[in-house]
Ligand binder design. Sequence first.
Ligand code: TNX
Length: 772
Amino acid sequence: MRYLFPLALTLLLSLTCFGQQAPPGIIPIPKVLTVDSGSFAIGRETSIIVGQKVLEQEGAFLQAALQPLLGSAPSIIHEDRTTGAADPRAVPGSILLLLKTGTALTPEAYELGIGRDHIILTAATPAGIFHGIQTIIQLLPNISSVGSGAPEVLLPCLSIADEPRFAWRGMHLDVCRHFFPVDFVKKYIDLLARYKMNRFHWHLTDDQGWRIEIKKYPKLTEVGGWRSGSQYGPYSQRTYDSTRYGGFYTQEQIREVVAYAKARHVTIVPEIEMPGHAMAALAAYPELGCTGGPYEVEKGWGVFDDVFCPKEATITFLQVVLTEVMDLFPSDYIHIGGDECPKTRWKSCANCQGLMKKEKLKDTDALQSYFIRRMDAFVTGKGRKIIGWDEILEGGLAPNAAVMSWRGIEGGTTAAQQKHDVVMSPGSHCYLDHYQGDPAHEPLAIGGFTTVQKTYSYEPVPEGLTPEEAKHILGAQGNVWTEYILSPEHVEYMAVPRMLALAEVGWSPKEKRDEGSFIRRLEEEFAALDALKVNYSKSLYNVEFKTSGSKKRGQVNVELTSAPGLGEMRFTTDGSEPLHTSPKFDYTIEQRGSTTIKAAIFGGAQKLGNTTSLKLDFDKSTGCALTVEPRPDERYDDGGIFTLVNGVSAGEKRVNHEWLGWRHSRVTITVDLGSDQALQHAGIGSLTERTSWIHPPKNVTISTSSDGQNFTEAATILMEPSAQGRMEFGTDLGGKSARYVRFTANALPSIPEGFAGEGNLPWLFLDEVHIR
Ligand code: TNX
């Protein structure tokens, strides 16, 4: 790093002071940070000197942050400085913001020196200065500790040389499933800025609402902005209210938000969904669909068969829409969606079939690819670039398109190998609509299970990419889909603190990342978030359970885990509430019988979070060896195959680590009970959630064997067409003796007509084997 203070002075300072101060809690952690002794006092007399007029805007952010603390704002003074000066002249008692040209600083980098009598912040760009100011703001004491109108506030002496690891550090917000007012969108952008995130992906159109005014097509918002009710409650219940719901942003409001974001060096990437997720647009302009409608703005969640018909009239329509969008948003990237587009209508549409013949497109995937290519050419022609969800790879990627990898990391990996730019946003780590703690204590969520620790562990560069290919990984992004998120407070709860974890993943050098350090800084940051009135989640303070098999048959090993450094994990196994006197967890619990383990984290005598519990129901299969063919899909294989015999049934809520998922025509599970036993019952739990393409197996054959070679069928259980949620495929075995029990689940060959995703291979979800 460039030394900001003469070495002699630094040495002198460190000699005159005792002890080493703990590094201040900055999120994301800076690339290089050296803490010196002493502090700089900012008082009412302190001035913010800007070396270039353009920095007045940046200086104003610091001024605004100091105003409530000091009771009066320090003044901003413009003193023209020669740029490129090797060593900026400091002015005692002041904070100098200075652009330096001709340095090796990358565009968003900054250098900050806080000395005892002055502060100097330098960067090559206003964005760099802005990031440095966010660092200073994070270093300011909390208003609750100094009170307002303090004579001075102290900043620790230090020097920082900082720059981002990735260029794209994004957060997404779905304003379609639920709508959020401009003021909240601004608050969200403030949060991004505080953690040096620089892309706000604004998901503006979907089946359930079109939220951006388009002057040429007013019905998009007049009709498409409103629905006649909304789905509520657990997905499987399919319940809907009949309250008219909606809203949209006028172009004037959009301009205001774009300017607001720009001042905070956040680029807004607008998303206009096509060709799928288009019901709201079709309801407004039914002639753009294959059947001509009528269509309604969707009340429920999921994937719907009616999509844009890729005919010329639709392409022209969407190009007009994109032209207005590009006028509003200066972003280099325009997101065109591209995800979850069933091809059902296209297959039986004369227009589509004619188009496929004319363009020599071999299938409907090629038709989707053709459609995206047309959009790519149009947007590229306007000097911008398209980005789309990873489905745009299907049928061949458009020449200039970037890919947002959400269904795992393969899409991103493939695109990077094809030399296309990629933003990583895999559901496993980056979907902030997932549960972040035990569902028993969380508001209803869509499913999934992504703790802040898991998000923090994310590494955006997929293994196996060459360094050249890895350069195409632009960065990472957190997505907040809002099917189950109805209020701004709830968005905050889902986004924070996981977005802070992602901010560090995107900004800080890989080798600087350390979970313990992050958690310590996060706990400090909670006070600042309180002051900012952000409704963050404290689920971090809950214990998590992990089960695994052991060599001993009939035993389930249970580990209690929590983020490092929070406190002691204490537990009970007799159903009572854990207390600070309960046993401390320090080694594996070896469980051999039904029980409920309850656990909580304690800081001394104080319980820090909620009590979480794990209910284990043992039967003959629990803790037995098993084989599973084929392996579950990597996206739904969190707990591994042992999950099927760990004694834990998945609840109503689809939380990944109890449900395993496959997309195969047949799944075979064979449980080895260890010895011949008299069996009364065998069954396996499956999930039905048809709009998520999760169907029950067509049938499950249960067979038994004594040698593991020759199996006799005991029963074939057919699916119940009315199945919903979790149900068991089980049979009575009438005391039959066997050592091996095999479950062969045969998936439906394809999703039946009339259901979302019809014609595709369905998902099969299984949670637990029961043998008694
Ligand atoms: C999939 S992610 C979707 C969204 C849903 C989300 C829920 C993506 C490109 N499509 O439409 O809201 O899952 O997690």
